[in-house]
Structure formats: C-alpha cells, structure tokens
Design a protein around this ligand. Structure first.
Ligand SMILES: NC(=O)c1ccc[n+]([C@@H]2O[C@H](COP(=O)([O-])OP(=O)(O)OC[C@H]3O[C@@H](n4cnc5c(N)ncnc54)[C@H](O)[C@@H]3O)[C@@H](O)[C@H]2O)c1
Length: 359
C-alpha cells in the first residue's frame, strides 16, 4: 500500500503523509536542517523509538504519558531541553507521540527563539486524524483545557499507521470519537464506511485505518485551508467539543479520554439540535447511536457516568462549558447539526435548554 500525500494549503503550505512505514521519510526531511531534537513520551519511546531511524540518535526528551504533561511546568522543561540541546532558530523539533506531545511540543516550537520548525509524527489515531494537522498548539490551565496556546503550523506531518498497532483499545476508541465527528461534519461516505466496516476498524485492518485517517485529514485540511485562524468556518471542527470540554473539566482532566468525551458531545449536540428544531435529518440520531455502539463508544451521559464512575452533574457540566474559549463572554456557543454534512456554528443555547440536554 503506497502512502497518501495531502497538501494543507495554509499560508505556509505543508504535506500530511499517511500510510504504513512513512516515518522512514523523517531522516531525509531532517538531513538539511541544523541541530534537531525529538520530543516524545515514555510509552511511545518504549514501543516505537526504533522507527525514528537515524533520528534515534538525536537529543530526546520523553515526558510522562498523559494529560498532566500538558502544562506550564513541562513546557518549561521542554524549552530548557531545547536550549541544552543547542538548538538554534533554524532547528527542527520532531514531535513523536499523541496529541499531548503534539500540542505541548508544538507550543514549545512556537515559543523557542520566537519560533522554530516542527515535524508532527502522530502515533495515536486521535493525533493522526485531528491534532497533528491545523497548527493548534496549547497547554492547559487549571481553569480549563488548552487555554494558553498559539497557532503554529508544522512543516510536515508523517502519520505512520503502523504505530497504531500498539495503541490501547481505549485510545483507539478515543480516536474514533474524532473520526465520527469528521464524518458527521463533512464526509457522508466516511460515515457509511464506518457503519459498514466497524468490525474491521476495531480489528485495526491496516487498509481501512489508512482510509479512515486519509478521509479525516481531507475534511480537516480543507476547512483549515479556508479559515486558518478560526474566524468562522473552522469553528465547525468543534462539533461536540463544547460539551466534551465541560465533561472533561467536570470529571477532572485525563479521567475520560478526549475523543470519548467528544463522542458523547456529538450525541448531546444532536439532542440540542433537535430540541431547537434545527435537526432536519431525524434518522441521524438513531444512526449515530448505532454507530457509536458498534464502535464501542458510550452513546450518552448515562453510559459515560457508568463506564468511568463519575458524577457529572448537569450544573457541573454547564460550569465547565462557561470557560470554553470558543464561547463569548462566559456564554458557551455550540456547533449544531441540521443533517449529515450540514452543520451550523456559533449557536447559543438558553441555560434552561442546556440543563435539560445535560440532565
Ligand atoms: N491541536 C489540536 O487541534 C487538537 C485536536 C484534538 C485533540 N487535541 C488534544 O490532544 C490530546 C489528546 O491526544 P491523544 O488522545 O493522542 O492523547 P495522548 O497523547 O495522551 O496519548 C494517549 C496515550 O496513548 C499512548 N500512546 C501514544 N501513541 C501510542 C502508540 N502508538 N502505542 C501505544 N500507546 C501510545 C500515550 O503514551 C498515552 O498514554 C488532548 O490534550 C487534546 O486536547 C488537540
């Protein structure tokens, strides 16, 4: 199976290379640049360091796995490491890991000497289909997720689908939450493919996974190219996310995987859309419920509470959403759905409606 190359037409365009073994391209990409370094996490280094080829010998920092590493303390460690590794303004930072490494390291690359290049080498499904593309980087504040960050597009993305073989099931499911979001948002054929091939997806069929990643990246790349700075249309990518951030905040960061929270967020977005009379394609709610079930994802708040033994009271959830940075002056806004591929952004929900949906 050959690699697929997708061009992201941002102000400084770059390629996303998707397929088996594409990490082999890293060495030639780095051969031109002055000193480079690798940021990863300890799980990814243990399982996949050999895939870095000659780059295995580059200075490397492996942070602790998990969302706790996405904070200022670790960001400072990364910046100190870059300086100690003698990186200069023409250097490249390789980000080898999931969304935590990509977001944290992307921000470090944006800040170090006012900005150096980075190559995203995503190793989770979530990072391959979503976080490694589009240039959003961030760390969390106590008050909320991703509240301190920058836009910093990578120079290249190498999404090696071979790395997904070792992903824990829960992390695969988390990625699938974002996959379903992309399908709902902009690719009806992907939605149908997931319905048809859910068993092959869960069995990590290499060809199907590569197609899924490719389709998701196409959806995201097209939207990001049209609205790099999220002034309008890019907000569509936040479908399910205002709810998800409320859920993650109320449960405590890192308790519920991000994409799993997004999956429930999608259900809540459809429910809210129906309550507001916006949802034209009524069959979509049962279709989404069936798809989430087939992919082993919780379909609603009740299932989520049971799976993670978390309380998630409706007022706690609403509180978490008030700090969502996509909201306006403390009032969260939502992406709501009219039908498959027909989505509106910047919709406000009255507090009463919101509490009913979160009940
Ligand atoms: N920048 C964006 O546009 C964007 C979009 C979506 C999500 N995000 C962020 O992404 C983060 C979540 O990313 P994630 O789900 O990749 O989490 P993660 O980076 O914490 O990775 C999840 C777990 O999988 C392990 N892992 C990674 N690759 C592995 C592999 N190949 N085999 C086995 N284990 C592996 C990691 O060590 C970790 O324990 C959140 O912080 C979220 O806010 C950012």
């Amino acid at each position: 199976m050959s690699a697929t190359r997708i061009r992201v037409a941002t102000r400084t365009p770059y390629e996303v290379v998707i397929g088996r073994g594409v990490l082999a391209e890293l060495d030639s990409e780095l051969s031109q640049s002055s000193p480079a370094a690798v940021l990863s996490d300890t799980n990814v280094v243990r399982l996949h360091a050999a895939r870095l080829g000659r780059s295995t010998s580059l200075p490397r920092l492996a942070v602790a796995p998990g969302e706790d590493s996405k904070g200022f303390a670790t960001l400072e460690r990364v910046l100190d490491f870059l300086l100690a590794s003698n990186l200069d303004r023409r250097s490249t930072l390789v980000l080898f890991g999931g969304g935590v490494v990509g977001d944290l390291g992307g921000l470090a690359a944006a800040l170090f000497m006012r900005g150096i290049a980075c190559v995203q080498c995503p190793t989770t499904l979530l990072a391959q289909v979503d976080s490694s593309v589009g240039g959003k980087t961030a760390v969390n504040l106590r008050a909320g997720k991703n509240l301190a960050g920058a836009f910093h597009q990578p120079r290249l993305v190498l999404a090696d689908t071979d790395t997904l073989a070792t992903l824990p099931d829960e992390e695969l499911r988390s990625g699938l939450g974002e996959v379903v979001k992309s399908a709902l948002l902009g690719d009806a054929q992907l939605f149908a493919l997931l319905e048809r091939e859910s068993a092959a997806v869960l069995a990590r069929d290499a060809e199907i996974l590569a197609e899924v990643v490719t389709r998701c990246v196409r959806v995201k790349a097209a939207i990001v190219a049209r609205d790099e700075d999220e002034r309008g249309e890019r907000k569509l990518l936040n479908l399910g996310h205002t709810f998800a951030h409320g859920i993650e905040q109320a449960a405590g960061f890192g308790v519920i995987p991000h994409g799993v929270a997004v999956a429930v967020g999608l259900t809540l977005a459809l429910e809210a859309s129906e309550r507001l009379g916006l949802l034209e394609e009524r069959a979509l709610r049962p279709r989404l419920a069936a798809l989430l079930a087939a992919l082993g994802l919780p379909g609603d708040l009740t299932a989520l509470r049971a799976r993670y033994t978390v309380r998630l009271a409706s007022d706690e959830l609403a509180q978490g959403m008030r700090h969502d940075k996509k909201g306006r002056a403390g009032r969260p806004t939502f992406v709501l759905v009219r039908g498959l591929g027909k989505v509106d952004f910047d919709v406000e929900l009255a507090e009463q409606e919101l509490l009913v949906v979160l009940g």
